[in-house]
Design a protein around this ligand. Structure first.
Ligand code: IPE
Ligand code: IPE
Ligand code: MG
Length: 257
């Protein structure tokens, strides 16, 4: 029997530099299942367990906002059976206890018009029930894509302009941000993508303009607390310069917050 080894090199996270907002592209469920000769839906079921683990951990370490990409506009093009399996999984995974036990507030972003009525109802009820929770805000991106939401925002601003309520020169970064589904939510500090692909797949393109990007090969069902800490630790070692020089940043530590 091999000796049980203790992991003494647990990563040290700086509690004063926990990212305020972490966004995650949860990828690799299908390949995780395929590698085990299982149906893709089993990978999605395992993926839900990871959602619970990471949500609890994010709440525990003091992350304020966690945005999870659960289903993209493009995912509607998957086989109907997989879409149906994903939708029923979304419904069953909205466990009230996860939110109430961890003081988590739920928000949904995405094109709700395309979602099954029962999901909209369940999400709305849970959003209301959790509205007064003061810990982590969990934002689930469902039937979401960045280009979809930017078009929606442009339409709503254009309608105001056509009605004479806003002048073109009054449109600013702030007013466009305020017209997105993420209005009022600070931009992600850290964007994580699991599953080995190095792309954004139409996720939070505007909001991630200055986010730190972290890609790892681990499939989402295998992504655990340690992997999550590794991503945050790497984030804590990055220097966020926002176009300035390293010397300027050193003289202005608030930029690093
Ligand atoms: C991510 O896993 C979950 C969704 C997109 C809903 P995938 O289903 O994309 O898994 P892979 O990329 O095929 O392994
Ligand atoms: C991105 O994953 C969407 C979600 C994680 C919900 P995909 O697996 O759909 O991305 P692509 O199509 O491979 O880029
Ligand atoms: Mg994928």
């Amino acid at each position: 029997m091999p000796m049980q080894t203790h992991n003494n090199n647990e990563l040290h996270l700086d509690p004063t530099r926990i990212p305020r907002h972490i966004a995650i592209i949860m990828d690799g469920n299908g390949r995780w299942a395929k590698a085990r000769g299982l149906d893709r839906s089993v990978g999605h079921q395992k993926g839900v367990e990871t959602v619970h683990t990471i949500t609890e951990e994010a709440a525990r370490i003091g992350v304020q906002y966690l945005t999870l990409y659960a289903f993209s506009t493009e995912n509607w093009n998957r086989p109907a059976a997989e879409v149906a399996a994903l939708m029923s999984l979304v419904l069953s995974s909205l466990e009230e206890s996860l939110f109430m036990n961890n003081n988590v507030r739920l928000l949904l972003i995405g094109d709700t018009a395309r979602l099954p009525e029962e999901i909209c109802r369940a999400v709305k009820a849970l959003e209301e029930k959790t509205a007064r929770n003061t810990g982590l805000t969990l934002i689930v991106a469902l039937s979401y894509s960045s280009k979809w939401e930017i078009i929606e925002a442009v339409r709503s601003i254009s309608a105001k302009a056509a009605a004479g309520e806003v002048k073109p020169e009054e449109i600013t970064e702030v007013s466009l941000s305020d017209s997105l589904t993420t209005a009022g939510i600070p931009d992600p500090d850290l964007l994580i993508r699991t599953g080995g692909e190095i792309r954004l797949s139409n996720f939070l393109l505007w909001q991630c303009a200055y986010s730190e990007l972290y890609f790892c090969d681990t499939y989402w069902p295998d992504f655990g607390r340690e992997d999550f800490h590794r991503a945050i630790s790497e984030y804590q070692h990055r220097e966020r310069r926002y176009g300035k020089t390293g010397e300027q940043v050193a003289a202005e530590p608030s930029l690093q917050e």
